[in-house]
Every structure is written in structure tokens, then in C-alpha cells.
Design a protein around this ligand. Structure first.
Ligand code: X5A
Ligand code: ZN
Length: 662
């Protein structure tokens, strides 16, 4: 194999040399372009795409980081090693899948598997992915490398002994672990900790070491009571292993999406790290999917590169830093590149990157952590203590208002959750009927005083992208092309900031006509993310009071209302859940507030229709219509004057959004 890169310093065990200077750690990196040959058979788009590993590799090179590592080109796994965890049949299937003979049967085989595609490059990529993880792992165990990162695909952790699934063909990490334990006893590795921070449960790895106390498997994943992929009970915290392996399987199953650094770090501090201290592994293998990263289209979580770097740093304290990262999932190219770079810098022991986690874990996070600790404390005494009240009181509260009439199941679930909570908070009156206790004493003056103190980014994708038109909602009046005037906000101060962003959502136009522009549709964006779509948005930093005034006016309501449409509790909820529909505005067209993320800790909010309304647009129940000329011109002006596009590009963007089928 090719060995390049600096091998600075001696190869002695100490990380501090004789002269007191720090020895550069030897960090192995594997990357092999041949793993890009695994692709969809007919060139369809798929989140698990070849560019995933290319972008990671390119980013490490551009940052000058790969040059400081020992670069290995991948090598293919041996059948005997694969068969340590897979059946002979499975190995033979993957081996033969890309041969000519299988050409005509490949699609059929793939279609019978769960979330798998196959092509002529799949076999070689699968062998390289597994072999590469084995190679780095072996070198780290031998001490030739201190640690490493195998930038591989297809991923592995869903692959079971006899089954490819979830984009995974061979279970790369499990093969490497089993290889060390069973084929390389000479290296003295007796205890392996596998940490799986991919947003999905590592069902394959769990099963392969279910009864094996030599491998402690820890997986943190979205679970949502068994509804998140790979659905079922396997990822439950009750699944602790069996026989001699009892207690050596730990699942941390999130009950909700949107988990971020505070949630993951809480799981580290209160479960993984204390257990790792007790287990005292000889080496750590990390199933390093980056699909819990912020902006991942599948994961819906919010871990930042900084969060990943802290999680990794904490693991480096064990096994003398002998840690092997293997890529699993992660589908936002930008996010996986940044997260990988942050991690490799940790492996190299560079100065820690900057970041902060001011927010607290969710309430549900503490609930899950407490349940896991309780279930496992018989095996790991360090989990036995009750977490202090002070600690778990530090949480992101789940607020009390909101209100949903959506038929989308996720929204419905959360609405039900909120209704549950509301019913607990409601108080019974003398007649025994429920009196809602929220908002009862919020006078119209006081809500404005409170909400004027809070800033939000209002993300506009329609005519409001053009600043003069947006200002009508703040200062009142009528901009060019408009058929009527707006009253404006009670607070006429201009936006405190303006910036542009692109989001993976579908822009479209619908409804017959608008009072402001005449015949033609208004702009909407789908509340759902879709990595194949882009909506360009102009973000205005305004107060939550002004945001309410925009909401009132967008929905044809009076700004003199006694209650806000969207208060602090609603903001909190939308930050947690991603969106919330406004019952009080349900007669309007923009009755759904969607949180697109945060910028400098200020939430980015947009207003659009609900998902159930999108469905009505799709079915034709509500018409889809291109915008009126004056309306389209305003959009183009916004995009051009904002510096987003040339006039031609802006027109093409609007045309395409208006004409593509939903
Ligand atoms: C490795 C990984 C995800 C499979 C999702 C299937 N797989 N819907 O992230
Ligand atoms: Zn995943």
C-alpha cells in the first residue's frame, strides 16, 4: 500500500518527546476512489452517493490536514475475515453481485432487500470498505498508527450476518472488531468498545456481538419508540445483550428529532464516559456516521462539528487514544465534510476548534438518559446514582401553547404530545369543565413589551425578498406593483440585519389570486426538507413583535389583536420541533411557522402553509398557479437587488418553481 505523509517524531509510546515537545500523533487515513464506483444502477439520485467520500477527502486535502496523516489506499477484505461475522451465503452474494452473470438479476435482488441499490461497482466497493477498516484497525492495534479514519462507503452498521440493508452491504466495523479478537490474539486486544453515533441504530453490529462480552456496543440514535429507521424494538434501551454478553449492549434511543450537542454530550457525560471508564477498552472503533449533523436531510438532528469534536476528544482519553473512525451514514455533503475535518483535527491533537453549547438538553433527553442508567446500573455501578435535580432541571422546556390541525403524522404526534401537556396544565373550574390556563392574562400591551425584546430571523422566499415590499409590513404603505397598502407594524424600526441563505425546501406557487397582486398564485415553500430542492431566502433580523405583525398581515388579520399569534412558548416549540401550525391563523394562507435553524443563536423562522395544505395542492384540491407578472417581477427584483442572482437566473429560478410539478 502507498505510505505517504510525514512520520514526524519517534515511534515510542510517549506523546511527549525527550525535548519536551509534543510528538505528532500518527493518524491513518484511508481513501480509495474505487469505493465511488458503487452507485445507483441508472444514475438516479440517492443520498448515499459517491460524492460523500469525495467531499470528505477533498476537504481534508484542502485544509492541509491529510498531508499530516499517513495515507493508505484501501485494500480488499479477505473472505475468511468477512465470514467471522457474515454467513458464507451473504459473502458469496456480495462477491458475485457485480459480475456480468448477475447483470440482469441485480435490480431484482436489490429490490428484495431493505433500502439497498446495487450496480457493477458494488462488490469491489463493499470489499474495499470492509478491508480498509480492517487495515487501519490492525495498524492501530499493532501500534504502527496511533489512530485513524477510514473514509469508506458503502456504510456497514445496518448489515446483518445474512442480510444487506439500510445502504450497508458488509458490516465494516464488526468485521474489523471480530478480526482483532479472533484472528489477531497476538496483538493482545481483549476488550473493544464500539461507539455508534450514526443517527440510526446499529442493528447489525448489535446482533453480531449480542452475546459477546469482549465487545461493548454503544449506540445513540433516533428511535421515536420504534418508528425511526430501522424501525422496531432492536434499538430500545432494554436491549442489553444476552448470556455472557448481558450488559455489554447499550442503546440510547432518542424520543425526538432535533437532538444536538447538548443532548449528545449529556449522553456522553452521564452514560458512555462513566461506562467506558469501567470497561477500560483496549481499542475503540467508532461507527462514525455524520447523519446526526445539523442540516442532514435524513437525520433531523443538530450536532455541530464542534459537538462531534468534543465527543471524539472525550473518547481519546481511553485506550491510550487508540481509536479508529469508520464512516457510516451522513448525507449533507457540507455537514459531513465539516464534521469529518473537525474530527481529524482532534485525532491530530490540534488546538480544539471553537464552539459553544449554551442550550440545554431536551426534557426527553433526560428521561431517556435516566431510563438507560436505571436499566444498566446493575452491570455498571457508575450509573447507579440518581442524577441530581439541579442537573436535569437544566432543560429546554417544552412549551404549552400550540395547536395543530395538520394531518401529517409527525405533526399530529407532536400535537398530541402538546395536548397531553396542556391537559395536565389546564385547571378544572367549579362545574368540572376544563379551563385552559395559557395566555389568559396576557394583555395586548404586555405581549408586545415581551416580544419586542426577542430577535428572530424572518426568512422570506416570496415577494418579501424585495426589501421595499417587505418594509410595507414594517413601516406600512404600498410598493411598486402592489394593488393595496399595508398598515405596517406597531414597531416601525428597520431590520437589524439582512442575509441570504439557501434551504433544501421546495418553492411553489398556488391559489387563484391575491389581493395585493391580482390573478395568479402566491409563493409557498414546503415545510419538509428535500435535498433535491432549493429555496433562496432573504433573512431579515426583526423582533418577535414585528414577526407577529408580519404574520397578522400575511394572514389578513388585524394587528390590534389582544394576543400574539406566535409567542415565546410557540417559538420554543418550533425551535424544538421544527414547525408548528397556528390555529388562530388557520383561515389565512400562512398559518405554519417553520424553524430553519439558527444563526448566531437566533432562530431562523419562515411562514408557509401546513403540510396538509401542501397535500391539497398536490391533489389539485387547491390550485397550483404561476404568480402574476407584477408579483414575479417583485421576486426577481428581490433576488437581483439582494445580489443573489442575475436577472436571467432569477427568472429561470422562478419559472422553474412555478412550472415543475409538485
Ligand atoms: C447508514 C445509514 C440509513 C438507511 C436509511 C434507510 N443508513 N431509509 O445511515
Ligand atoms: Zn445512518
Amino acid at each position: 500500500m502507498a505510505m505517504s505523509g510525514e512520520s514526524s517524531g519517534c515511534n515510542c509510546g510517549d506523546s511527549v518527546g525527550k525535548l519536551g515537545e509534543k510528538r505528532q500523533r500518527k493518524v491513518g487515513l484511508v481513501y480509495d476512489e474505487k469505493m465511488c464506483k458503487h452507485d445507483t444502477p441508472d444514475g438516479e439520485d440517492h443520498p448515499e452517493c459517491p460524492d460523500r467520500i469525495r467531499i470528505i477527502w477533498d476537504t481534508l486535502q484542502l485544509a492541509g490536514v491529510s498531508q499530516r496523516c499517513v495515507v493508505l489506499s484501501g485494500s480488499k477484505a479477505e473472505d475468511t475475515h468477512l465470514q467471522l461475522v457474515h454467513t458464507k451465503d451473504h459473502v458469496n452474494l456480495v462477491k458475485s453481485i457485480s459480475t456480468k452473470k448477475k447483470d440482469y438479476r441485480r435490480n431484482k435482488i436489490a429490490s428484495q432487500l431493505n433500502s439497498i441499490y446495487l450496480n457493477g461497482g458494488s462488490s469491489e466497493a463493499a470489499y474495499l470498505a470492509a478491508g480498509s477498516v480492517v487495515e487501519v484497525t490492525e495498524k492501530v492495534a499493532e501500534g504502527e498508527l496511533d489512530c485513524g479514519f477510514a473514509i469508506v462507503r458503502p456504510p456497514g452498521h445496518h448489515a446483518e450476518a445474512d442480510e444487506a440493508m439500510g445502504f450497508c452491504l458488509f458490516n465494516n466495523v464488526a468485521v474489523a472488531a471480530s478480526y482483532l479478537l479472533n484472528e489477531r490474539a497476538d496483538l493482545g486486544v481483549k476488550k473493544i468498545l464500539i461507539v455508534d453515533w450514526d443517527v440510526h441504530h446499529g442493528n447489525g453490529t448489535q446482533k453480531m456481538f449480542w452475546k459477546d462480552p469482549r465487545v461493548l456496543f454503544f449506540s445513540v440514535h433516533r428511535h421515536e419508540h420504534g418508528s425511526f429507521y430501522p424501525a422496531g424494538d432492536d434499538g430500545d434501551y432494554n436491549m442489553v445483550g444476552e448470556g455472557p454478553g448481558e450488559g455489554f449492549n447499550i442503546n440510547v434511543p432518542w424520543e425526538q428529532g432535533r437532538c444536538g450537542d447538548p443532548d449528545y454530550l449529556a449522553a456522553w457525560d452521564h452514560i458512555l464516559i462513566p461506562v467506558a471508564k469501567e470497561f477500560n477498552p483496549d481499542i475503540i472503533l467508532l461507527s462514525a456516521g455524520f447523519d446526526a449533523a445539523i442540516n442532514d436531510p435524513l437525520g433531523g438532528c443538530r450536532v455541530t462539528p464542534y459537538g462531534y469534536s468534543v465527543m471524539l476528544k472525550k473518547l481519546m482519553e481511553f485506550a491510550q487514544g487508540k481509536i479508529v473512525m469508520a464512516l457510516e451514514g451522513g448525507y449533507n455533503l457540507d455537514s459531513i465534510a465539516k464534521s469529518s475535518l473537525a474530527c481529524v483535527k482532534v485525532l491530530l491533537e490540534d488546538e480544539p476548534i471553537q464552539g459553544s453549547s449554551e442550550a440545554y438538553p431536551f426534557e426527553s433527553t433526560w428521561r431517556v438518559i435516566q431510563a438507560v442508567r436505571k436499566r444498566l446500573c446493575a452491570y455498571w455501578p457508575s450509573l447507579a446514582d440518581e442524577l441530581s435535580w439541579k442537573l436535569i432541571d437544566q432543560k429546554t422546556p417544552t412549551p404549552v401553547i400550540i395547536i395543530s390541525s395538520s394531518s401529517d403524522s409527525e405533526t399530529e404526534d407532536y400535537a398530541n404530545g402538546i395536548l397531553d401537556q396542556m391537559s395536565k396544565l389546564n385547571i378544572e373550574n367549579d362545574e368540572g369543565t376544563l379551563v385552559e390556563n395559557h395566555q389568559v392574562d396576557t394583555a395586548s400591551t404586555s405581549w408586545r413589551a415581551d416580544l419586542t425584546k426577542v430577535d428572530v430571523w424572518y426568512a422570506t422566499f416570496g415577494s418579501n425578498m424585495w426589501k421595499p415590499r417587505f418594509l410595507c409590513y414594517i413601516q406600512g404603505g404600498q410598493a411598486e406593483g402592489m394593488k393595496r397598502a399595508y398598515v405596517g407594524s406597531k414597531d416601525t424600526s428597520p431590520p437589524k440585519g439582512i442575509m441570504w441563505e439557501t434551504y433544501p425546501h421546495r418553492l411553489f406557487f398556488g391559489r387563484e389570486s391575491t389581493a395585493t397582486w391580482g390573478l395568479g398564485g402566491a409563493a409557498f415553500t414546503s415545510p419538509l426538507t428535500n435535498s433535491n430542492e432549493q429555496t433562496h431566502m432573504c433573512l431579515y433580523k426583526i423582533t418577535l413583535e414585528q414577526f407577529n405583525d408580519v404574520l397578522f398581515q400575511e394572514n389578513g388579520m388585524n394587528v390590534d389583536a389582544d394576543f400574539p399569534l406566535f409567542d415565546l412558548a410557540a417559538l420554543q416549540l418550533v425551535e424544538n420541533k421544527g414547525s408548528g401550525s397556528l390555529k388562530a391563523a388557520s383561515d389565512g394562507w400562512y398559518d405554519n411557522v417553520v424553524c430553519l435553524g439558527k444563526e448566531l443563536n437566533i432562530p431562523i423562522l419562515t411562514m408557509t402553509c401546513t403540510l396538509s395544505t401542501v397535500e391539497k395542492f398536490k391533489s389539485g384540491e387547491i390550485p397550483v398557479r404561476p404568480p402574476a407578472k407584477a408579483y414575479a417581477d417583485t421576486l426577481v427584483r428581490g433576488l437581483v437587488e439582494g445580489g443573489r442572482f442575475s436577472k436571467e437566473e432569477a427568472e429561470a429560478y422562478i419559472d422553474s418553481a412555478a412550472s415543475k410539478p409538485l
